[in-house]
Design a protein around this ligand. Structure first.
Ligand SMILES: [Mg+2]
Length: 229
């Protein structure tokens, strides 16, 4: 059956989250007395990724990540700043920095003519809503389900159920989950009983999670959906 309802991931799928985080990190640390934050970025990213893996496992909440990552960095790199204050600046900066990947906005708007678009994203509510509004995609994805607002994260099936609840007459076979993360998006879609499309950004090709479809560029999604219909 052709897909009618597309559930998008946001970070690293449509939005250049690496760019957003790097610019926000540098801005936040500079404004709290760290003269040269750039060499600390890799260290911070390892801490942050580790904490988001804990969110996927359900051991901590998305909102705990917000300050914990800066507290851990301060402890490990011996930085004198107030982690809570840096976390506030960083979170505000995440809304202000970062752009869509080339072609992603045009792709979404063209798909919106044919498909119902929803989004399920692991993140903080104000950050994700602020970004979507700033880049002109506010209101395009309905429902927009954000883990920090609903208290459950991908890959748990309960977060996908919130999308299904909005379309009670639509069979599961009409939904397609599209994302770059094997652990959140592909595993999540499978847990929820729907087909998945893995955006294999790095050309890894092999996946233990066995997505239904695999694309290597955002534009491949159009051909996939046209072939399917
Ligand atoms: Mg992602």
């Amino acid at each position: 059956m052709p897909y009618t309802h597309l559930i998008f991931d946001f970070d690293h799928m449509l939005f250049d989250t690496d760019q957003s985080e790097a610019l926000s990190f540098q801005h936040a640390l500079r404004s709290h007395g760290v003269a040269d934050p750039e060499p600390l970025l890799g260290h911070y990213q390892r801490i942050n990724q580790g904490l988001w893996r804990e969110v996927e496992k359900g051991t901590i909440s998305p909102n705990e990540v917000k300050s914990q990552r800066f507290a851990t960095l301060a402890a490990e790199a011996d930085l004198p700043y107030d982690p809570e204050a840096v976390a506030e600046s960083y979170t505000a900066g995440l809304c202000d920095h970062g752009e869509l990947y080339d072609g992603a906005g045009e792709l979404v708007m063209s798909l919106a003519d044919t498909f119902t678009l929803a989004m399920v994203t692991n993140g903080l509510g104000p950050v994700q809503r602020g970004r979507l509004d700033r880049i002109g995609l506010g209101g395009v994805f309905e429902p927009l389900v954000i883990s920090g607002e609903v208290g459950v994260s991908k890959p748990r099936p309960e977060i996908f159920q919130l999308v299904f609840d909005a379309f009670p007459d639509t069979p599961r076979s009409n939904f397609l989950m599209i994302g770059d993360s094997l652990t959140s998006d592909v595993a999540g879609g499978r847990n929820a009983g729907i087909d998945t499309c893995w955006y294999d950004r790095h050309g890894a090709n092999e996946s233990p999670e066995e997505p239904t479809h695999r694309i290597e560029s955002i534009s491949d999604l159009c051909s996939l959906l046209n072939d399917d219909s």
